[in-house]
Design a protein around this ligand. Structure first.
Ligand SMILES: *[C@@H]1O[C@H](CO)[C@@H](O)[C@H](O)[C@H]1NC(C)=O
Ligand SMILES: *[C@@H]1O[C@H](CO)[C@@H](O)[C@H](O)[C@H]1NC(C)=O
Ligand SMILES: *[C@@H]1O[C@H](CO)[C@@H](O)[C@H](O)[C@H]1NC(C)=O
Ligand SMILES: *[C@@H]1O[C@H](CO)[C@@H](O)[C@H](O)[C@H]1NC(C)=O
Ligand SMILES: *[C@@H]1O[C@H](CO)[C@@H](O)[C@H](O)[C@H]1NC(C)=O
Ligand SMILES: *[C@@H]1O[C@H](CO)[C@@H](O)[C@H](O)[C@H]1NC(C)=O
Length: 358
């Protein structure tokens, strides 16, 4: 993902939140979020987009306008993988008339893991495929890849940022359709990177039944934490029973502050992550992606990511906090609460085999 702050500034964006009547200037164009005024379909089935000239356009997800003005439309696709279909995805289609679904491979006995990507990406990207393959090696699961690549491909960042709400709502409908159609006895864990973390936050927020766990892999900061959109418009701990966040490019592309039940700060949670070398443009996106690599490694590696509760990075870095380690990533303890710090290596295997304090 190209860093937001390096985009050429073509104008101003005004983001208006009707509940608190705030205006924020950001970049490029004008957007409005105004749920209260426009009814429950707003943000889910359609959106207003106001262009540089102040002209208002209705973005209707159900029907393409005659002239799309360079904006890209599309619907998310859901692909199911299980141990019965490791290599061939089953695309899932919800029947929105009765909120049911008919799947060949879904196994109601097994847990559900859903994974999604961020801006300018899709589920063919290697980290999504790697995590999916590794999860199915370690457990018998229903792994759903949420591909909203058509929407995420838009270079105008605010558009995909707004679409996270629509995609998240669609995913919540899919999860609901499974519960309506099967005796689902298993738990649901949603995993998303960058803007995808907010897709998962919205999916959790819109779900009638509380989602068990959401893992945010360096959740996107622009237009979520900066400006601060609050819990109804960004991933936070109200979205699931357990929200764990791995920060790797905090304060730039990723969340700077703690928003989960457990927030993990490898290498201070910021750019430049060890091993990310080169220009700032490169080091930021490398650091931003590192959260996905840590999570992938945590699924299978014998070496655990021990992380330590501490007031701040400075104290941790002076080795003042080396007790009560807890695990970062896939095996995280869902009862954990607080901020946790750790160092990693500069390349895979990233985890440091430290027995200190344990
Ligand atoms: C705004 O108006 C100008 C002049 O009419 C036009 O050239 C430009 O394409 C318009 N911009 C957008 C985003 O519609
Ligand atoms: C969006 O399109 C659908 C299908 O054409 C239509 O039923 C609906 O009223 C439209 N919504 C808006 C807000 O224009
Ligand atoms: C599900 O699809 C199969 C195959 O298309 C069909 O035979 C079956 O009746 C469908 N079940 C439901 C509940 O719609
Ligand atoms: C569903 O999963 C259970 C437990 O993981 C397994 O025993 C069962 O055979 C699976 N069912 C099908 C149809 O694959
Ligand atoms: C968030 O949404 C809920 C439900 O619509 C509403 O009750 C609550 O006031 C909202 N919170 C904020 C901070 O807007
Ligand atoms: C990681 O650090 C080692 C030892 O300092 C060095 O040899 C290696 O080239 C580094 N790898 C990367 C990817 O920076």
């Amino acid at each position: 993902m190209a860093p937001y702050r390096h985009q050429p500034h073509q104008g101003l964006i005004y983001l208006r939140l009707c509940n608190n009547q705030k205006y924020f200037s950001v970049v490029c164009s004008t957007l409005m979020i105004c749920e209260a005024d426009y009814g429950p379909d707003y943000g889910n089935e359609w959106l207003y987009f106001v262009d540089d000239n102040g002209t208002t356009h209705v973005m209707n997800f159900s029907s393409l306008p005659p002239e799309s003005r360079g904006l890209i439309y599309g619907k998310p696709h859901f692909y199911l993988y299980t141990r019965q279909n490791l290599n061939e995805a089953e695309e899932l289609f919800v029947n929105y008339q009765n909120d049911h679904i008919n799947s060949t491979y879904f196994n109601e006995s097994n847990d559900v893991k859903a994974i999604t990507h961020g801006w300018l990406s899709n589920t063919r990207t290697s980290w999504v495929q790697n995590i999916k393959d590794r999860l199915l090696q370690v457990a018998d699961l229903n792994v759903i890849l949420v591909d909203w690549g058509d929407l995420a491909a838009n270079p105008l960042y605010p558009w995909p940022a707004l679409c996270t709400r629509y995609v998240g709502r669609r995913l919540s409908k899919l999860l609901e359709a499974f519960r309506n159609s099967y005796q689902v006895r298993s738990s649901t864990h949603l995993i998303g990177h960058s803007l995808g973390a907010h897709v998962m936050g919205y999916a959790g927020m819109f779900s009638k039944e509380q989602v068990f766990r959401i893992t945010g892999l360096d959740p996107a900061r622009p237009l979520f934490e900066l400006p601060n959109m609050g819990p109804n418009f960004s991933l936070d701990k109200s979205d699931a029973n357990f929200v764990d966040i791995i920060h790797t490019c905090g304060g730039s592309l990723g969340y700077e502050n703690s928003h989960g039940h457990a927030d993990f700060y490898p290498n201070e949670g910021q750019s430049v992550q060890p091993g990310c070398k080169g220009s700032m443009r490169y080091t930021d996106s490398c650091s931003h992606g590192r959260a996905c690599e840590f999570f992938y490694e945590s699924i299978h590696s014998g070496i655990k990511f021990n992380s330590y509760p501490c007031e701040n990075w400075e104290r941790f870095d002076r080795s003042e906090c080396r007790t009560n380690p807890t695990l970062m990533g896939y095996p995280a303890d869902v009862e954990t609460f607080g901020d946790f710090f750790l160092h990693t290596k500069n390349e895979s295997i990233y985890a440091i085999d430290d027995d200190e304090g344990s």
